[in-house]
Design a protein around this ligand. Structure first.
Ligand code: SF4
Ligand code: SF4
Length: 367
């Protein structure tokens, strides 16, 4: 089975400092990425938002607390000691673990037995935000189980994609993921099991394959997890642990056939990063995707875009009775698409600002 390498992910690649030893080695081994990566290296998409200076002064700092807070909860959980007096867990405790994770704030939860291929082969150096330097280090398999969860994002904000409200929604969900993961990690340590939360700043495993194996959804055309209830309008978190539990299985609710009919993420994508061409990795079907094209658009828009999330009919909520009956049923799939088009057209884009970021430009400044 193929192991993913975090060093090959876009964020790890563009994080490399030009002409550093790591940079030279990586692009010597992977020359095809170099030219495209150099185009966006060192470019922060956040500063590129096309808004007035006043808008930027007032609203860009809304995201400023998130990274320090994530670091703080991550390190608090990391430093929390494992209780040496381990509590034996009764049979069927998986149900409780799921309810506990929801109680901490998760939308949905699944549990996976970890295999070697779930782990990255090497760290990509993205953990500097939480103070860990580990570029090139091999990722060691330590844990037996992954408790994987989704956190639903604010739909009203996501429907403003690609405007600033979309970035607020995604970054808030990353913070929620960090809090939920840290709480679960500390709880599991308190009952005597070594555990490690994964959030936007620290991963030992890629998240989407875990979420698929946890039965939380299927892979859609934009390579996101698409859940039956909230589409790809979710962020993913997980806690890896030595506690053994009952494990979930992947689900198949017919998304692959539905995507062939739909392709709305592809049609609405401003960068043409999404394609309908598939590739198989470890028995899962993914879609060929150009991450450089996607990121280039972010650096022009000043947000992380999110149009593919908003455009997905599942994000806009489909009657679950229909979703549960759509597998191998063209008629129901057509009905879902028809109703979606009647209600939202190609996408449910809402142009006007939400009150949180709407203001009059000509207001007198107040102290
Ligand atoms: S985030 Fe935007 S540019 Fe990137 S794949 Fe989605 S729709 Fe396309
Ligand atoms: S927008 Fe359509 S094609 Fe894209 S992931 Fe959602 S259902 Fe699949």
């Amino acid at each position: 089975m193929k192991k993913y390498d975090e060093r090959e992910t876009l964020f790890a690649r563009v994080h490399l400092k030009k002409d550093s030893e790591e940079y030279k080695t990586f692009y010597k081994n992977n020359p095809t990425y170099k030219q495209k990566d150099d185009k966006v290296r060192g470019v922060s998409f956040r500063n590129k938002i096309k808004k007035s200076d006043k808008y930027k002064e007032l609203f860009l700092p809304l995201n400023s607390p998130n990274k320090p807070l994530i670091k703080s909860v991550f390190l608090t959980a990391k430093d929390y000691k494992v209780n040496p007096n381990r509590v034996a867990v009764p049979k069927g405790f998986s149900k409780n673990i799921k309810e506990i994770t929801k109680y901490f704030g998760a939308t949905d939860v699944g549990i996976v037995k970890l295999n070697d291929h779930h782990y990255y082969s090497h760290f990509g150096g993205l953990n500097e935000t939480v103070g860990i330097k580990n570029y090139n280090e091999e990722v060691k398999k330590v844990y037996k189980t992954a408790i994987v969860f989704t956190v639903k994002m604010d739909l009203d904000m996501m429907n403003r994609a690609p405007h600033f409200e979309e970035l607020l929604a995604t970054e808030d969900a990353y913070l929620d993921v960090a809090y939920i993961g840290a709480k679960l990690e500390m709880y599991l340590k308190e009952i005597g099991y070594k555990s490690q939360s994964q959030n936007g700043e620290y991963y030992l495993t890629p998240q989407v394959p875990l979420a698929v194996d946890a039965g939380l959804g299927e892979i859609g055309m934009a390579n996101h997890l698409v859940t039956k209830e909230f589409g790809n309008n979710v962020r993913l978190g997980s806690v890896l642990t030595t506690l053994e539990l009952d494990y979930d299985q992947p689900i198949d609710y017919g998304l692959q056939d539905f995507c062939k009919k739909c392709a709305l993420c592809l049609m609405n994508c401003p960068s043409k990063a999404i394609t309908h061409k598939t590739r198989e990795v470890n028995g899962r079907t993914w879609y060929k995707f150009d991450d450089n094209k996607c990121y280039e658009v972010w650096t022009k828009m000043g947000t992380d875009c999110g149009t593919c999330i908003q455009a997905c009919p599942f994000t806009q909520i489909i009657d679950l009775n229909l979703v549960n009956k759509m597998k191998n049923n063209e008629e129901i799939m057509d009905q879902i698409m028809k109703e979606h088009f009647e209600k939202f057209g190609r996408r449910n884009y809402i142009k006007n600002d939400l009150p949180i970021v709407s203001f009059k430009e000509d207001n007198d400044d107040r102290d």
